[in-house]
Design a protein around this ligand. Structure first.
Ligand code: GDP
Length: 428
């Protein structure tokens, strides 16, 4: 029953898209398990560059079945647009399925997301405004619309009558906005149902059966562990669980089916939007990294905040997820620096912490304790074998392994598939 989970180990944007695409060659099914179109995965394959927001990054391999799992919230317009984009570039979408249990991002979720974020003023969370948070809120509040509901008009109408009343009270009385029309919302849902019907299936059963047959299933995470609604820097988090627990829940399998838990780390730290980032570098080297690595969001275009590798956060992430294997991406970005730093502990209120605190009010006051390592002159960019890496880079990789407590079995040295060092096979 070999499932392999690929999990963002930091604040997202670690390069999971490339890693999933690379590992997918040896898989049979790729399932995305959490988040919505607030995520953006970039893959550079033989056919060129692709940016995915909902569809699993494995879709570029023609032998694979790709599934949008029940833990994902689906904006049908975005999904259908992505399918169209892929088809126009010759990628067959008939291998794609969406769970009937996945929740729908409705037009009113997008509207409310923007109104809520505006109302937060200075305390804005930095959401992407795509309706993801409100869709998850409705899921937990038991007023969500699920993808399978789109195929059952009678049931849908009953649900929408209640939901539209509720949303209209919120829209008009709290935000002073115009009400939504039940008729129009139902009309939209009818269209969604028609256009999505060929993709909708009970995907949990399909995945469970595939595992029973010994098929290799890759579980594709979105965002990162430190944005997890339970374990991240709450409230500056996403509304779902990018960590390992979310992988089981968001696909419909038990933890014993997961053979390897793969944590994807970037060789330094980045974060989009608000919230603590202890190892952030303001200006100077932070700007150099941002420019060199083009650290701007795939979905929003927002500049990412940059910092050195945070080993306190990294160790926390490794323990929380039980990583059996780590992947290090973007090592090439650090090429040519005289020295590189790693945050090995935090200092707060006169104390040194070696664990990641649960409270953002503590995290916001933490100062990094740096360890400085020599850099490397020779490039790592495009290297394909461990022995092609300069000694300084190897020392850096080894030190990170020690600090996070997990072996690094894959090193990415550039955005292309072939710019990868496979130290030890992962999907077997
Ligand atoms: P994801 O959301 O975790 O998939 O990450 P993103 O797609 O937002 O960001 C990763 C970016 O880094 C993409 O533009 C990738 O093409 C690129 N990338 C991935 N691995 C590497 C690498 O090892 N080196 C460099 N320079 N770029 C990489």
């Amino acid at each position: 029953m070999p499932a392999f989970a690929v999990i963002g180990a930091q604040w997202g944007d670690e390069g999971k898209g490339k890693v999933v695409d690379f590992l997918a060659e040896r898989a049979d099914i790729v399932v995305r398990y959490s988040g919505g179109n607030n995520a953006g995965h970039t893959v550079i394959a033989d056919q060129g560059e692709f940016k995915f927001h909902l569809i699993p990054a494995g879709i570029l391999w023609p032998h694979l079945r790709c599934i949008v799992g029940n833990g994902v919230v689906v904006d049908p317009n975005v999904f259908l647009q992505e399918v169209k984009g892929l088809e126009s570039r010759g990628v067959d979408s008939s291998r794609l399925l969406v769970s009937d249990r996945a929740h729908v991002i409705m037009p009113y979720h997008v509207l409310l997301d923007q109104l809520e974020e505006k109302a937060r003023g200075g305390a804005a969370l930095g959401t992407t405004g795509k309706g993801v948070g409100p869709a998850y809120t409705d899921k937990v509040g038991r007023v969500g619309i699920r993808v399978g509901d789109l195929l059952d008009e009678k049931f849908l109408l009953k649900r929408l009558e209640v939901v539209c009343d509720q949303k209209n009270a919120l829209l008009t009385r709290v935000y002073g906005a115009a009400p939504i029309s039940l008729e129009e919302t139902l009309g939209e849902c009818r269209r969604y149902g028609r256009e999505l019907s060929q993709f909708i299936a009970s995907t949990d059963t399909i995945i469970q059966n595939a595992l029973a047959e010994g098929k290799r299933v890759l579980l594709e995470g979105a965002q990162g562990t430190l944005l997890d609604v339970d374990h991240g820097t709450y409230p500056y988090v996403t509304s779902s669980s990018p960590s390992i627990g979310g992988a089981c829940v968001g696909v419909g399998i038990g933890p014993t089916a997961i053979k390897k838990v793969v944590g994807v780390f970037k060789a330094y730290s980045t974060r989009v939007g608000s919230g603590p980032l202890v190892s952030e570098i303001q200006g100077g080297m932070g700007d150099v990294i941002r420019q060199r690595a083009w650290e701007y969001g795939t979905t929003t275009g927002r500049p990412r905040r940059c910092g050195w590798f945070d080993a306190v956060a990294g160790r926390y992430s490794a323990q929380l997820n039980g990583f059996t294997t780590a992947v290090l991406t973007r090592l090439d970005v650090l090429d040519g620096f005289e020295s590189v730093k790693v945050c090995v502990a935090y200092q707060v209120d006169g104390k040194t912490l070696d664990h990641f605190p649960g409270s953002v009010s503590v995290l916001e006051r933490c100062q990094p304790v740096w360890e400085e390592l020599p850099g490397w002159d020779q490039p790592t960019a495009s290297a394909r074998r461990l022995k092609d890496l300069p000694p300084g880079a190897v020392r850096y990789v080894r030190r990170l392994e020690e600090l996070i407590g997990c072996p690094i079995h894959l090193i990415s040295t550039g955005p292309r598939r072939e710019e990868t060092i496979l130290v030890r096979p992962i999907v077997v």
